[in-house]
Design a protein. Structure first.
Length: 408
């Protein structure tokens, strides 16, 4: 059963095989500045090929005149500029398809006016060829690199065409970046890896503190700068969290906090690191099909097509997270069936204790392939208290992520 009147920012799930949810599309800005030798939209072929997209940039509602605009393509271990030109007197740039070559799954649009104002957005130009970008103040991105907990000196960190080198304490800093989540590439004696990194983090946030002792992974969420979207979802304006129970269908189960609650997070000794999510479920076992759920979509709404709604996670070696508390939890996968319908697959249940543990679920823990996945849920069917942190897709690097999106 699909409840179409559920709040737009809420997704809800039946634990016994019936799930409904709505994911909200939102915009996240990422980017940087620089120059590359690339095709220019004002070249001689400008009027001879079809238009792949139209960028319109504004500054406080007014056209951003004669500013720089770029289209970036994400490669396996770097990014490159596929198209560059200046906005016209109306703040508009037409992007010609010929210079883009073979279309990438998504492209990154950048506009920049000087060093202090810039903006970026990941888009699918094939599905949404007209994009309006609103310029904003640039920000700083800070972080540190460690290897088995020891600071890494001399590692090169690259974001688009900006690069910095870590100091003796493994620290680095970028200036003049648009606010948001960035694809960063870290290179040194250990090889080259991609990570997501975010601007504007508060002191104590751990998103940009990367330990190279780990194998490749994509951070889904560590709750340090949580704004209802998952960390990975901020890149593409997707990935919305939900917390719900059978009370949506008139049942008696309740959650101690919702996604809007001021009490949703803990810090200090109660947290794993920085901040951790904390919610308790009071399950009414008299309710038929009783349940409680913490979950998130990894793509767009199940029925939307502007960006990717489904992702192929077969390359993931595991879905893992840190948790403690009391009661039992199961990991539930929401995916698209061959007939285009929702399917729900649960893992075995694990028991939480008061000690933080790292839980790992592999593809073998489900009775299905991890393909065409739309949402990941933590399911409870008994009274349960959960502290949650550091959710990851192990075996998938961030630079792989756009290529895993699926169309139907």
């Amino acid at each position: 059963m699909y409840l179409r009147n559920v709040l737009r920012k809420l997704a809800w799930v039946f634990p016994l095989g019936v799930v409904a949810f709505v994911a909200i599309l939102c915009i996240s800005l990422v980017g940087c500045s620089g120059n590359s030798d690339i095709a220019n939209g004002t070249g001689s072929n400008a009027g001879e090929t079809e238009i792949a997209g139209i960028i319109t940039a504004t500054n406080h509602g007014k056209p951003l005149v004669n500013a720089l605009a770029r289209v970036w393509i994400l490669d396996e271990d770097s990014m490159h500029v596929a198209y560059e030109d200046s906005l016209d007197n109306n703040g508009v740039l037409e992007i010609r398809s010929a210079v883009l070559g073979e279309k990438a799954p998504v492209q990154l649009l950048e506009t920049r006016s000087g060093d202090s104002l810039s903006t970026m957005r990941w888009v699918n130009l094939e599905r949404s060829p007209e994009q309006t970008l609103s310029i904003a103040a640039s920000e700083t991105l800070k972080g540190s690199i460690t290897n088995n907990g020891v600071a890494v000196e001399g590692a090169t960190v690259s974001i688009l065409d900006k690069s910095v080198v870590t100091d003796a304490n493994g620290n680095f800093e970028f200036n003049d970046l648009p606010a948001g989540v960035h694809y960063a590439f870290v290179e040194g004696y250990f090889g080259k890896f991609s990570y997501q990194m975010e601007t504007g983090l508060n002191e104590g946030a751990t998103t940009n503190n990367i330990n190279l002792a780990d194998s490749i992974f994509t951070v889904v969420e560590d709750f340090e700068n949580w704004k209802k979207q998952t960390f990975i979802g901020k890149s593409f304006g997707q990935g919305w969290w939900f917390i719900c129970t059978d009370s949506l269908q008139g049942g008696g189960s309740r959650a101690s906090a919702g996604v809007d609650s001021e009490n949703l997070f803990v810090s200090g000794d109660s947290a794993k690191s920085g901040k951790s999510l904390h919610v308790s479920f009071d399950i009414d076992e008299e309710t038929s099909g009783h349940y409680g759920v913490i979950g998130f979509t990894i793509g767009d709404d199940f029925d939307k097509a502007e960006m990717f709604a489904f992702y192929d996670l077969r390359k993931a070696t595991a879905i893992s997270f840190d948790a403690r508390g009391s009661g039992k939890i199961s990991l539930q996968i929401v995916k698209r069936s061959d007939k285009g319908e929702r399917e729900y697959h649960e893992s075995y249940f694990v028991t939480l204790t008061e000690k933080w543990e790292h839980f790992t679920f592999t593809a073998d823990d489900f009775d299905t392939e991890l393909i065409a996945v739309n949402a990941i849920n933590i399911l409870v069917i008994d009274d349960t208290e959960i502290y949650l942190d550091n959710i990851r897709f192990d075996g998938i690097s961030p630079s792989m992520w756009p290529s895993l999106g699926m169309r139907f």
